[in-house]
Ligand binder design. Structure first.
Ligand code: MG
Length: 272
Protein backbone atom coordinates (compact mmCIF):
# COMPACT_ATOMS: atom_id res chain seq x y z
CA UNK A 1 0.00 0.00 0.00
CA UNK A 2 0.93 3.64 -0.36
CA UNK A 3 0.19 6.26 2.28
CA UNK A 4 0.80 9.92 2.99
CA UNK A 5 0.44 12.20 5.99
CA UNK A 6 -1.47 15.42 5.56
CA UNK A 7 -3.70 18.01 7.17
CA UNK A 8 -7.48 18.07 6.80
CA UNK A 9 -9.57 20.53 8.78
CA UNK A 10 -6.67 21.19 11.18
CA UNK A 11 -6.34 17.47 11.88
CA UNK A 12 -3.19 15.54 11.04
CA UNK A 13 -4.26 12.44 9.11
CA UNK A 14 -2.87 9.49 7.23
CA UNK A 15 -4.43 8.66 3.89
CA UNK A 16 -3.94 5.91 1.35
CA UNK A 17 -2.57 6.98 -2.02
CA UNK A 18 -3.48 5.52 -5.39
CA UNK A 19 -2.87 6.34 -9.02
CA UNK A 20 -5.85 7.26 -11.10
CA UNK A 21 -5.44 8.15 -14.79
CA UNK A 22 -1.83 9.24 -14.34
CA UNK A 23 -2.45 11.35 -11.24
CA UNK A 24 -1.93 10.53 -7.56
CA UNK A 25 -5.03 10.67 -5.35
CA UNK A 26 -5.55 10.40 -1.60
CA UNK A 27 -8.34 8.08 -0.51
CA UNK A 28 -9.22 6.74 2.89
CA UNK A 29 -8.36 8.59 6.03
CA UNK A 30 -7.41 8.03 9.63
CA UNK A 31 -6.56 10.63 12.26
CA UNK A 32 -2.94 10.29 13.27
CA UNK A 33 -2.00 10.13 16.91
CA UNK A 34 1.70 9.83 16.23
CA UNK A 35 2.32 7.03 18.67
CA UNK A 36 0.21 4.43 16.93
CA UNK A 37 0.76 4.47 13.19
CA UNK A 38 0.60 0.69 12.95
CA UNK A 39 -2.92 0.69 14.34
CA UNK A 40 -4.08 3.36 11.96
CA UNK A 41 -2.53 1.74 8.92
CA UNK A 42 -4.38 -1.46 9.82
CA UNK A 43 -7.53 0.63 10.22
CA UNK A 44 -7.04 2.12 6.76
CA UNK A 45 -6.84 -1.32 5.22
CA UNK A 46 -10.39 -1.88 6.43
CA UNK A 47 -13.46 0.14 5.67
CA UNK A 48 -12.48 3.31 7.49
CA UNK A 49 -13.66 6.40 5.70
CA UNK A 50 -14.34 9.80 7.08
CA UNK A 51 -17.78 11.30 6.68
CA UNK A 52 -16.20 14.58 5.66
CA UNK A 53 -13.54 13.23 3.33
CA UNK A 54 -13.82 11.12 0.21
CA UNK A 55 -10.79 11.73 -1.97
CA UNK A 56 -8.60 14.53 -3.28
CA UNK A 57 -5.63 14.91 -5.61
CA UNK A 58 -2.32 14.52 -3.78
CA UNK A 59 -1.19 17.72 -5.46
CA UNK A 60 -3.99 19.67 -3.73
CA UNK A 61 -3.29 18.32 -0.23
CA UNK A 62 -1.40 20.07 2.56
CA UNK A 63 1.20 17.35 2.89
CA UNK A 64 3.47 16.67 5.84
CA UNK A 65 6.57 14.48 5.91
CA UNK A 66 5.00 10.98 5.69
CA UNK A 67 6.94 9.69 8.72
CA UNK A 68 7.85 10.91 12.21
CA UNK A 69 11.22 9.21 12.78
CA UNK A 70 13.10 9.02 16.08
CA UNK A 71 16.23 9.30 13.95
CA UNK A 72 17.36 9.70 10.37
CA UNK A 73 20.36 7.54 9.51
CA UNK A 74 22.18 8.46 6.31
CA UNK A 75 24.80 6.76 4.17
CA UNK A 76 27.48 8.87 2.49
CA UNK A 77 29.20 7.87 -0.77
CA UNK A 78 27.07 4.86 -1.66
CA UNK A 79 27.42 5.39 -5.43
CA UNK A 80 30.89 5.10 -7.01
CA UNK A 81 30.35 8.01 -9.42
CA UNK A 82 29.36 10.38 -6.60
CA UNK A 83 32.38 9.44 -4.43
CA UNK A 84 34.58 10.16 -7.46
CA UNK A 85 33.00 13.53 -8.34
CA UNK A 86 33.87 14.94 -4.90
CA UNK A 87 37.39 13.47 -5.05
CA UNK A 88 36.75 10.81 -2.40
CA UNK A 89 37.81 7.16 -2.26
CA UNK A 90 35.13 4.48 -2.55
CA UNK A 91 34.65 3.56 1.13
CA UNK A 92 35.56 0.11 2.40
CA UNK A 93 32.72 0.24 4.95
CA UNK A 94 29.47 2.25 4.95
CA UNK A 95 29.99 5.86 5.97
CA UNK A 96 27.18 6.79 8.36
CA UNK A 97 25.89 10.08 9.69
CA UNK A 98 22.65 11.43 11.18
CA UNK A 99 20.29 14.18 10.23
CA UNK A 100 18.14 15.36 13.17
CA UNK A 101 14.35 14.93 13.00
CA UNK A 102 14.16 18.73 13.35
CA UNK A 103 15.57 19.00 9.81
CA UNK A 104 12.47 17.34 8.27
CA UNK A 105 10.55 19.36 5.70
CA UNK A 106 7.25 18.60 3.97
CA UNK A 107 6.87 18.16 0.23
CA UNK A 108 6.37 21.63 -1.21
CA UNK A 109 8.11 23.26 1.76
CA UNK A 110 10.78 25.93 1.41
CA UNK A 111 14.38 25.02 2.26
CA UNK A 112 15.97 27.89 4.18
CA UNK A 113 19.58 28.36 3.09
CA UNK A 114 21.39 29.62 6.20
CA UNK A 115 23.56 32.75 6.11
CA UNK A 116 26.42 30.66 7.59
CA UNK A 117 26.63 28.54 4.41
CA UNK A 118 28.29 29.71 1.20
CA UNK A 119 27.24 26.65 -0.80
CA UNK A 120 24.06 24.58 -0.37
CA UNK A 121 23.73 21.42 -2.51
CA UNK A 122 20.87 19.08 -3.38
CA UNK A 123 21.29 15.28 -3.02
CA UNK A 124 18.37 13.24 -4.36
CA UNK A 125 18.06 9.91 -2.51
CA UNK A 126 15.90 6.87 -1.97
CA UNK A 127 14.82 6.64 1.69
CA UNK A 128 13.83 3.44 3.43
CA UNK A 129 11.20 3.52 6.20
CA UNK A 130 11.63 1.04 9.05
CA UNK A 131 8.50 -0.96 9.92
CA UNK A 132 9.49 -2.77 13.10
CA UNK A 133 12.27 -2.61 15.64
CA UNK A 134 15.50 -3.87 14.12
CA UNK A 135 18.61 -4.72 16.12
CA UNK A 136 21.64 -6.84 15.24
CA UNK A 137 20.21 -8.02 11.92
CA UNK A 138 22.32 -10.38 9.89
CA UNK A 139 22.66 -9.92 6.13
CA UNK A 140 20.83 -13.20 5.55
CA UNK A 141 17.87 -12.16 7.76
CA UNK A 142 14.47 -11.53 6.19
CA UNK A 143 15.32 -7.81 5.98
CA UNK A 144 12.21 -6.93 3.97
CA UNK A 145 10.05 -7.81 6.98
CA UNK A 146 11.69 -4.88 8.83
CA UNK A 147 10.87 -2.40 6.06
CA UNK A 148 7.55 -0.56 5.95
CA UNK A 149 8.29 0.97 2.58
CA UNK A 150 10.22 3.54 0.62
CA UNK A 151 10.00 7.24 -0.06
CA UNK A 152 11.95 10.10 -1.64
CA UNK A 153 14.37 12.38 0.20
CA UNK A 154 16.66 15.31 -0.49
CA UNK A 155 19.80 15.18 1.68
CA UNK A 156 20.38 18.95 1.53
CA UNK A 157 23.99 19.75 2.43
CA UNK A 158 25.96 22.91 3.22
CA UNK A 159 28.99 21.73 1.24
CA UNK A 160 31.45 24.34 2.50
CA UNK A 161 30.54 23.71 6.15
CA UNK A 162 30.84 19.94 5.61
CA UNK A 163 34.52 20.52 4.80
CA UNK A 164 35.14 23.31 7.29
CA UNK A 165 33.56 21.70 10.37
CA UNK A 166 35.44 18.38 10.16
CA UNK A 167 32.22 16.49 10.88
CA UNK A 168 28.84 16.82 9.25
CA UNK A 169 26.34 17.58 12.00
CA UNK A 170 25.77 21.21 11.10
CA UNK A 171 26.26 20.87 7.34
CA UNK A 172 23.58 18.16 7.11
CA UNK A 173 21.43 19.16 10.05
CA UNK A 174 20.08 22.68 9.52
CA UNK A 175 16.33 23.09 9.94
CA UNK A 176 14.55 22.30 6.61
CA UNK A 177 17.55 20.31 5.26
CA UNK A 178 15.62 17.02 5.01
CA UNK A 179 12.66 17.25 2.63
CA UNK A 180 10.87 13.85 2.54
CA UNK A 181 7.82 12.50 0.69
CA UNK A 182 5.32 12.78 -0.86
CA UNK A 183 4.28 9.28 0.27
CA UNK A 184 5.56 5.89 1.47
CA UNK A 185 5.09 2.78 -0.69
CA UNK A 186 5.88 -0.88 -0.17
CA UNK A 187 5.06 -1.60 -3.82
CA UNK A 188 8.53 -0.89 -5.24
CA UNK A 189 11.71 -2.96 -5.05
CA UNK A 190 15.08 -1.16 -4.95
CA UNK A 191 16.93 -4.44 -5.48
CA UNK A 192 15.31 -4.75 -8.90
CA UNK A 193 16.38 -1.17 -9.63
CA UNK A 194 14.73 2.19 -9.02
CA UNK A 195 15.76 5.23 -11.03
CA UNK A 196 16.68 8.25 -8.89
CA UNK A 197 16.51 11.55 -10.78
CA UNK A 198 16.96 15.12 -9.64
CA UNK A 199 15.86 18.15 -11.63
CA UNK A 200 16.75 21.75 -10.83
CA UNK A 201 14.34 24.27 -12.38
CA UNK A 202 13.24 21.47 -14.72
CA UNK A 203 16.77 20.54 -15.87
CA UNK A 204 17.99 16.97 -15.27
CA UNK A 205 21.00 17.01 -12.91
CA UNK A 206 21.16 13.52 -11.38
CA UNK A 207 20.26 10.18 -12.90
CA UNK A 208 21.19 7.01 -11.02
CA UNK A 209 19.87 3.56 -10.24
CA UNK A 210 19.64 1.80 -6.90
CA UNK A 211 21.31 -1.17 -8.59
CA UNK A 212 24.52 0.95 -8.46
CA UNK A 213 24.67 1.03 -4.66
CA UNK A 214 28.14 0.18 -3.31
CA UNK A 215 26.48 -1.32 -0.20
CA UNK A 216 23.20 -3.18 -0.65
CA UNK A 217 20.24 -2.58 1.66
CA UNK A 218 20.74 -5.84 3.61
CA UNK A 219 24.44 -5.01 4.02
CA UNK A 220 23.54 -1.52 5.27
CA UNK A 221 20.96 -2.86 7.69
CA UNK A 222 23.41 -5.39 9.09
CA UNK A 223 26.10 -2.72 9.52
CA UNK A 224 23.79 -0.10 11.05
CA UNK A 225 21.84 -2.38 13.39
CA UNK A 226 25.06 -3.89 14.74
CA UNK A 227 25.46 -0.50 16.42
CA UNK A 228 22.06 1.21 16.46
CA UNK A 229 18.55 -0.10 17.11
CA UNK A 230 16.18 1.14 14.41
CA UNK A 231 12.61 1.93 15.46
CA UNK A 232 9.38 1.93 13.42
CA UNK A 233 9.23 5.11 11.36
CA UNK A 234 13.00 5.65 11.35
CA UNK A 235 14.44 6.73 8.02
CA UNK A 236 17.50 5.41 6.22
CA UNK A 237 18.76 7.67 3.42
CA UNK A 238 20.67 5.44 1.03
CA UNK A 239 23.09 7.89 -0.61
CA UNK A 240 23.06 10.05 -3.72
CA UNK A 241 24.22 9.43 -7.30
CA UNK A 242 26.62 11.70 -9.19
CA UNK A 243 25.58 15.17 -10.29
CA UNK A 244 25.25 17.11 -7.03
CA UNK A 245 25.66 20.85 -7.27
CA UNK A 246 25.05 24.21 -5.63
CA UNK A 247 21.71 25.99 -5.50
CA UNK A 248 20.63 29.61 -5.53
CA UNK A 249 17.68 31.30 -3.87
CA UNK A 250 14.56 30.74 -5.94
CA UNK A 251 15.64 27.36 -7.33
CA UNK A 252 13.09 24.55 -7.46
CA UNK A 253 14.42 21.04 -6.88
CA UNK A 254 12.44 17.94 -7.81
CA UNK A 255 13.57 14.44 -6.86
CA UNK A 256 11.78 11.71 -8.84
CA UNK A 257 11.82 7.97 -8.15
CA UNK A 258 9.68 5.59 -10.21
CA UNK A 259 6.56 4.54 -8.28
CA UNK A 260 7.27 6.99 -5.44
CA UNK A 261 6.16 10.25 -7.01
CA UNK A 262 7.97 13.57 -7.06
CA UNK A 263 9.43 15.42 -4.09
CA UNK A 264 9.41 19.12 -4.97
CA UNK A 265 10.84 21.94 -2.85
CA UNK A 266 11.99 25.49 -3.43
CA UNK A 267 15.05 27.12 -1.89
CA UNK A 268 15.21 30.56 -0.26
CA UNK A 269 17.91 32.58 1.45
CA UNK A 270 17.17 32.69 5.18
CA UNK A 271 17.39 36.03 6.94
CA UNK A 272 20.39 36.76 9.19
MG1 MG B 1 23.59 12.15 0.90
Amino acid sequence: MKYCRFVVEEQVCYGTVEEREGEWWIKGLAPAPEEDLAFHLAHLRGAARSVYFDSMPLSAATLLPPVTPSKIVCVGRNYRDHAKELGNEVPAEPLLFFKPPSSLLAPGGVVQMPPAAARVDFEGELALVIGRRASKLKADADWRSYVRGYTVANDVTARDLQKKDGQWTRAKGFDTFCPVGPFVSDEVDPEVGLTVETRVNGELRQHGSTTDFIFSIPALLEYITAAITLEPGDLLLTGTPAGVGPLAAGDRVEVLIGGLGVLSNTFAQAAE
